[in-house]
Design a protein around this ligand. Structure first.
Ligand code: G3I
Length: 379
């Protein structure tokens, strides 16, 4: 073999190996692209999703796959609410909640309990209670039975949900009507007794509003002054493309963290549909049946236009930039659903619309907003 041919051979072998190295590099890049939400925000905060029956009974296998890949925390969207878990005074139904907790444990997830005390989705037998002592005893028994059953298994409890009006005053409910604001102190103290290590949360919507923010500040201070353990304020985060402003959200993050509690964003979604009646927040009694089937109110039944995809992506980038800026104050960000087709926002405030509020589409595929967030260097 001549020298020239040997040199040519060496050059060929070297370029072959360089080519392989490049391939390895491009493989590395591909695997980078496959990074998940939970990996992307590792070290900043947990990333959760609200799940429902089809995840818990494992029938939604694609949903489960997505859940395991992308999320490290779960919240039960409905199955743990009073009407389902404690439907009669002397009977509890734990079949589904046990399966929910088992799913989280199997996958090493941070498991949230939603919720212990809420005026909505309450069992009918609670509503006629008029006497404060009777209510106190019902609440004690309810909280103690559930929180003790999942002691050491459920990591965080939404202890009290939505106890305030929009102006920050105490909401009228069967709990406040019988016990005034004393039901909150009782609830937090009972939950702490039942599971001293669980993270205890006060959870509400529209906490960006200055009056409601101030109401929460007063509520948390009072609980703290009276020796109740409260660890976090849960900001639900049912938002839209237009609002609330990043500044208002930031002011709430700062105000709550100054109380010495952490913040979790417990129910994040961003609606892209028209909402011309200035509906506020997430109270489910606001349902506008007369608009059902009106095409003006359901403008994207066959897919979201690129211009709106862009807006959604920009909105979520602003939101996550804010979360990342305050990551030391924030423990968890939970999306209210896994994929768009399963979101409550397809049926609220108008039934049967096609909404696009989450990071995964109806075919369980990541959306533009997902790719944009994952490729941003912001955590
Ligand atoms: O289970 C029944 C089913 O049997 C029936 O066929 C069907 C027909 O409408 O209704 C089913 O119940 C629905 C339930 O979700 C389970 O899917 C209720 O009508 C519906 O009102 C209920 O909505 C839930 C809502 O809470 C009720 O308050 C939403 O899915 C759930 O996302 C929403 O979650 C709340 C949080 O818990 C607290 N913060 C606000 C948030 C949004 O409202």
């Amino acid at each position: 073999m001549t020298y020239k041919i040997r040199v040519l051979l060496i050059v060929f072998v070297l370029s072959l190996s360089a080519c392989q190295t490049n391939n390895k590099d491009s493989k590395k890049d591909t695997s980078k692209e496959e990074v998940s939400l939970k990996e992307h925000f590792k070290g900043s905060f947990l990333i959760g999703a609200a799940i429902n029956d089809s995840h818990i009974d494992r029938s939604d296998s694609l949903g489960i796959q997505l859940l395991k890949k992308e999320f490290n925390s779960i919240t039960p969207e409905n199955i743990m609410k009073w009407m389902y878990v404690h439907p009669e005074k002397d009977s509890y139904f734990f079949d589904t909640t046990d399966k929910y907790v088992a799913l989280g444990q199997e996958n090493g997830m941070y498991i949230v309990g939603h919720n212990l005390v809420w005026h909505s989705q309450l069992a009918d037998w609670v509503n006629p209670i008029k006497d404060s002592l009777e209510m106190a005893s019902v609440l004690k028994e309810h909280i103690n039975t559930i929180a003790s059953r999942y002691k050491g298994k459920i990591d965080a409890w939404d202890v009290v949900n939505e106890a305030l009006n929009e102006d920050g005053t105490l909401r009228e409910s069967v709990f406040s009507n019988t016990m005034g604001d004393g039901f909150l102190e009782l609830a937090f103290k009972e939950a702490a007794k039942a599971d001293p290590d669980a993270t205890l949360i006060y959870n509400d919507y529209n906490l960006w509003k200055p009056e409601k923010r101030d109401g929460v500040v007063r509520l948390v201070k009072k609980l703290q002054d009276n020796g109740a353990k409260i660890d976090e304020v849960g900001i639900q985060a049912h938002w839209s493309l237009e609002g609330p402003s990043i500044e208002d959200i930031e002011n709430s993050i700062i105000a709550f963290s100054e109380l010495g509690v952490k913040i979790s964003f417990t129910e994040l979604d961003v609606t892209v549909l028209p909402n011309p009646w200035e509906l506020d927040g997430a109270a489910v009694n606001q349902n506008y049946d007369e608009f059902e089937g009106d095409p003006k109110m359901n403008p994207y039944p066959n897919g979201l236009p690129d211009s709106v995809k862009l807006k959604l992506s920009k909105r979520y980038q602003d939101i996550f930039n804010l979360f990342t800026k305050h990551k030391e104050k924030i423990s968890r960000v939970t999306f209210w659903g896994v994929q768009d087709g399963q979101s409550w926002l397809n049926n609220w405030p108008i039934n049967g619309r096609t909404n696009y509020p989450l990071f995964f589409d109806r075919n369980y595929q990541p959306k533009k907003v997902y790719t944009d967030i994952i490729s941003a260097k912001n955590n």
